[in-house]
Design a protein around this ligand. Structure first.
Ligand code: 5AD
Length: 375
C-alpha cells in the first residue's frame, strides 16, 4: 500500500485544529506508515550526557553559559566507557555522546573517546556536540563516529537569531548555516540528524510546516522534535511564563521584559502551544513527511506526560527511544529544562522502564545498530 503524502495545508490545519479526534486520525495514519516502512523494532540509543559546560547563551537552555550558579561537570573517559559498557549490557546498538559546546574537552580527547568505544564495543556512535569546524567533524568521523545530531531548533531565521545569540570571542561566525553544516556532515560519511522545538514564543503553524519541509529536503536520517519546556531561570522561560499568564506585546510589562531578556521577536496570538498534543502532532507529521527516518519518542514528550508520553510517541510514528545512561550524580545537573524525565534514575531503572514501555506499545526492542533504512 502507498500513502498519499501530507500536504502543507494539512500540516498547517493539524497545528491549528488541536482537537483529539483529528490528532487520533493523524497518529493512526503515522503509525501505519511507521509499521510499513521501519517495522516493529524500537531502537534503543544509550544517551550519555558527557558534559554540561557550554560557551553559548541560547535563551531557552538551562545550561547556558550565563548561568554561573549551576554546578558544571565533565565525565572522565573511564566514566564514559563504563556508561557505554551498560549500553552493551542492555543490548543497545548505539550510544549518543551529548554535551554543551564545551571548549574544555579537546577535539582530540573526543576522538580518543570515540576510538576507545569503537575498539572495545560493537556500538554505533552518535555525536551531539554542537557546531564545530569541518576539520574537527572529519577527525571524529575518522576516529569512528557514525552519526551526528545537530538540531536547527527552528528553520525560521529571525526566530533562530532571537533565541541563539552570537557568542563574541568564541571564534564562531556570527551566523551559522546549520543546514549547510548538516549537508557537509553527510558528505563526510555521517548519518545526519536534526530537529526543532515546538511552541517557542512566536512560532507559528507555518513555521512548523517550513520545518517539516526542511526535514524532507535534507532527507534526514534522524529527526528529534519536542515541545519547548520553559526553564524559569532563562530569558526565554521568563517570556514564556509571562505569555502564558496573558502578557502580550504592547503592554508595559511585556516591553520591560523585552528590555530585561533581550528577546525581541514579535510574539503573536498565532503561537503554537508547547503541549504534548502538538508534540505528538509533530512526530506524526514527521513520520508522514519522512517515512524512513529514525524518529525518537523524545525526553521532552516524556517530561510533559510521565506515564504515557513515551508510549504515545511510539504510537504516533516514533521508532526510537533514547534511555539516559548518564551516571546518577550528573543527571540533575544536565538540566536543559526543569523536571526532565528520568532525572533521578539509575541507568538500570531507566532501561527497565524503556523495555516496559516498548512492551506496552506492543513493539519489540531493536537489535543491531539500527541505522537508517533505505527501501
Ligand atoms: N525545552 C525543550 N527542549 C529543549 N532543548 C534545549 N532546551 C530545551 C527546552 N527548554 C532541546 C534542544 C536541544 C536539545 C538537546 O534539547 O532542541 O537541541
Amino acid at each position: 500500500m502507498t500513502f498519499a503524502p501530507v500536504s502543507r495545508d494539512e500540516i498547517i490545519e493539524a497545528f491549528r485544529v488541536r482537537n483529539p479526534e483529528h490528532l487520533a486520525r493523524l497518529r493512526a495514519r503515522a503509525n501505519q506508515v511507521r509499521a510499513e516502512r521501519v517495522g516493529e523494532m524500537v531502537h534503543l540509543r544509550g544517551l550519555i550526557e558527557i558534559s554540561n559546560h557550554c560557551c553559548r547563551n541560547c535563551l531557552y537552555c538551562g545550561v547556558r553559559a550565563e548561568r554561573r550558579e549551576i554546578v558544571r561537570y565533565r565525565m572522565t573517559i573511564d566514566e564514559i566507557l563504563s556508561a557505554a559498557a551498560k549500553a552493551v549490557e542492555y543490548g543497545y546498538g548505539t550510544v549518543v555522546l551529548q554535551a554543551g559546546e564545551d571548549a574544555g574537552i579537546s577535539d582530540e580527547q573526543i576522538a580518543e573517546i570515540v576510538a576507545a568505544i569503537k575498539e572495545r564495543y560493537t556500538l554505533a556512535v552518535t555525536l551531539s556536540l554542537g557546531e564545530r569546524p569541518d576539520s574537527v567533524f572529519q577527525r571524529w568521523c575518522q576516529a569512528g563516529a557514525d552519526r551526528y545530531l545537530l538540531r536547527v531548533e527552528t528553520t525560521n531565521p529571525r526566530l533562530f537569531g532571537a533565541i541563539h545569540p552570537h557568542t563574541p570571542g568564541s571564534g564562531f561566525p556570527k551566523t551559522t548555516d546549520r543546514a549547510a553544516m548538516l549537508r557537509r556532515l553527510r558528505s563526510m560519511g555521517y548519518e545526519i540528524g536534526s530537529g526543532v522545538m515546538i511552541g517557542l514564543p512566536g512560532q507559528t503553524a507555518e513555521d512548523l510546516a517550513d520545518d517539516l519541509a526542511f526535514f524532507q529536503e535534507l532527507d534526514l536520517d534522524m529527526i528529534g522534535t519536542g515541545p519547548y519546556l520553559p526553564h524559569p531561570r532563562t530569558p526565554l522561560g521568563i517570556v514564556a511564563e509571562l505569555y502564558a499568564r496573558g502578557g502580550r506585546p504592547g503592554s508595559r510589562i511585556w516591553e520591560e521584559m523585552v528590555q530585561q531578556t533581550g528577546f525581541t521577536y514579535p510574539v503573536s496570538e498565532e503561537t503554537v502551544p508547547a503541549t504534548n498534543i502538538m508534540g505528538l502532532t509533530m512526530i506524526a507529521l514527521t513520520r508522514l513527511t519522512c517515512p524512513e527516518a529514525n524518529i525518537p519518542s523524545t525526553t521532552a514528550i516524556a517530561t510533559l506526560d510521565g506515564r504515557y508520553g513515551r508510549i504515545s510517541g511510539l504510537q504516533s510514528g516514533a521508532n526510537v527511544i533514547m534511555p539516559n545512561l548518564t551516571p546518577m550524580r550528573y543527571r540533575p545537573l544536565y538540566e536543559i529544562y526543569p523536571n526532565k524525565a528520568a532525572k533521578n534514575e539509575e541507568a538500570r531503572e531507566t532501561h527497565e522502564i524503556a523495555l516496559r514501555q516498548i512492551a506496552e506499545a506492543n513493539r519489540i526492542p531493536g537489535v543491531g545498530p539500527g541505522g537508517r533504512v533505505r527501501r
